[in-house]
Structures are given as C-alpha cells and as structure tokens.
Design a protein around this ligand. Structure first.
Ligand code: ATP
Ligand code: MG
Length: 169
C-alpha cells in the first residue's frame, strides 16, 4: 500500500538480501574486495564471519554478480543442515556434474575432472557455503580435503565459508 502512496516501484523493506539495494559502506566494500581477491588469487579457503544481520549473505549475492561477469563457475550451498550424502548431491546439482549424484565416489571423480578442465583453461571454480557454522562435523570433514586439491598455480577449488562469529572458532 505504501509503495503506491510514496510512488515506489519496489518494496523497500524486503527481507531477502537484494544487491540492488546495497549500501556500499567502507566495510562492505572491503569485504567484497577481499572476497574477490581471495577467489582470484586462488587462496583456497576464505572465511567470512560477522555478527547476525551484518550483510554476509548480501555480500555473497554481490559476489555472484562478479563471478558471472568473470565466467567463474560456482556452486552455492545455503542450507548447511545436510548429511554428507546430501552435501555431495547438492554439489553435483550445483556444478551440474554428469554422474550418479547419489554416489560420493562418482561425484568426487566428476568434480575432480571439472576442476582439472577448468584449471587447464585457467578458469577459477568456487564453492560457497553460507551458514557454515551449522555444518555437521562429518560434512566439514568432507569439505576439508576439497581444499587440498591443487596444481602448481594454486588451489583448484576456492571455498568460501560464511557464517556468524562462532565460525571463527
Ligand atoms: N550493506 C547493506 N546494504 C543494504 N542492505 C543490507 C546491507 N547489509 C545488510 N543488509 C540488509 O540487512 C538484512 C540482513 O542481511 P544479510 O541477510 O545479508 O545478513 P547476514 O549477515 O547474512 O545475516 P545472518 O547472520 O542472519 O545470516 C537483509 O535484509 C539485507 O538486505
Ligand atoms: Mg546470512
């Protein structure tokens, strides 16, 4: 109702993070620059932690625009309450891996192939996990070895773990 009254074209208080409403504070600019730098320079793991509602998910959304522009293949996992099997299934779906998505071995094999292909044409690949603090220990143990895949130029997959400050521990 107030949209019509104030002559607005979109609802201003939407709860979903929308980069088009982004307020570019110095900290937000810095976070985005660091995420982009971390991904581009193939650092492997990047942790984005901060207090509740400070814009972490919004920053990941902004990063997505950049990744699309740079042709960086990425998968985003935002539901962290997953079993290891569901985790691999989601990775396979998001990267559109051609394999039996319910077999961990096949998913890992197909992912490895994708990463090698991407690296051979000097393209970066990213996996971002929001609410990473809630990942089960078992799933975390599956994520860790992915970060070890590397060639001479750096890590084959960049992994962003985002979540509230408990994540730092
Ligand atoms: N820089 C910003 N400019 C505009 N809106 C923002 C900004 N940062 C956060 N918001 C808004 O604040 C709300 C919370 O942001 P967001 O969900 O990104 O925070 P979060 O850090 O991921 O929170 P949580 O810790 O609960 O996951 C959203 O509605 C989002 O649009
Ligand atoms: Mg969030």
């Amino acid at each position: 109702m107030y949209n019509a009254f104030f002559g607005l074209t979109e609802s201003p208080f939407n709860l979903s993070p929308d980069p088009s409403f982004l307020f570019r504070s110095t900290q937000h600019e810095e976070v985005l620059a660091n995420l982009i730098y971390g991904v581009q320079s193939r650092k492997g793991f990047i942790v984005l932690s901060g207090e509740v509602g400070t814009g972490k998910t919004t920053m990941l959304e902004c990063l997505r625009d950049f990744l699309n522009a740079q042709q960086i293949t990425y998968a985003s996992i935002f539901n962290s309450r997953l079993t290891p099997d569901q985790f691999f299934e989601m990775v396979a779906y998001d990267f559109d891996l051609r394999c039996s998505r319910t077999s961990k071995t096949e998913v890992l094999f197909a992912l490895n192939q994708l990463l090698i292909e991407r690296a051979s044409i000097r393209r970066t690949t990213l996996l971002s996990i929001d609410e990473a603090y809630y990942l089960d220990r078992e799933v975390r143990e599956e994520v860790r070895p992915l970060g070890n895949l590397e060639n001479r130029r750096g890590k084959l997959i960049q992994i962003i773990l985002a979540g509230q400050q408990e994540l730092d521990r």
